[in-house]
Design a binder for this molecule. Structure first.
Ligand code: FMN
Length: 178
């Protein structure tokens, strides 16, 4: 069993990024299990580093128990969403006890155009590298939700092989680096 902690950076009920994550989950090889982080967390407050909210403690445990981490980010104002940054800030603390250190990881994202959250993903790469995460470089997934998803959020047929290719490469990357 390969366990993946999944951070989806949108709280929107009909989030295209959540749909993207669900499609990657569906197209992943047998034995890969996605554990979706509850991203509806309180705002990070350093005063609470010694006594973190229960939801945050649970999130950190999920990440630490996972073999790998998948970030799925929308692009908000030419960067990744505050929802993702907030969860990352919690998971990175207390100082010296980051839940991310050394974990294999990948970053993907969707937007409503051909750029597919490109800038968001590149900004997030810098942050993930700070934690010495083993980031997969290829294949990149800059997903155009306008053309790549049907009205039920399922990947259109022409996108399936591409997403399956990503899912298979990521599963191998996690196995090789966990
Ligand atoms: C606050 C905000 C800022 C946005 N900024 C960008 C942007 O810089 N680039 C872009 O391609 N899309 C931008 N968008 C559009 C989002 O990519 C689009 O709403 C997308 O569907 C959000 O992801 P979701 O469907 O997972 O919630 C922005 C949307 C919001 C709400």
């Amino acid at each position: 069993m390969t366990k993946i902690a999944v951070f989806v950076g949108s709280l929107r009920k009909d989030s295209f990024n959540l749909s993207l994550a669900k499609n990657v989950e569906r197209l992943s090889p047998e034995g890969v299990e996605f554990d979706y982080i509850d991203m509806d967390l309180p705002l990070y407050n350093q005063d609470l580093d010694g006594d973190m909210p229960a939801k945050v403690v649970e999130m950190k445990k999920t990440v630490e128990a996972a073999d790998g981490v998948l970030f799925v980010t929308p692009e908000y104002n030419r960067s990744f969403s505050g929802v993702i940054k907030n969860a990352i800030d919690w998971a990175s603390r207390p100082w010296g006890q980051s839940s991310f250190t050394g974990k294999p990881a990948a970053i993907i994202g969707a937007s409503m155009g051909a750029l597919g959250a490109t800038q968001a993903q590149h900004d997030l790469r810098n942050v993930a590298l700070f934690f010495d995460m083993k980031l997969m470089g290829q294949p990149e997934v800059y997903f155009n939700a306008a053309t790549g998803l049907d009205e039920d959020g399922k990947a259109v047929e022409s996108s399936e092989d591409f997403l399956r290719g990503f899912a298979e490469a990521f599963a191998k990357h996690v196995e090789a680096n966990k």
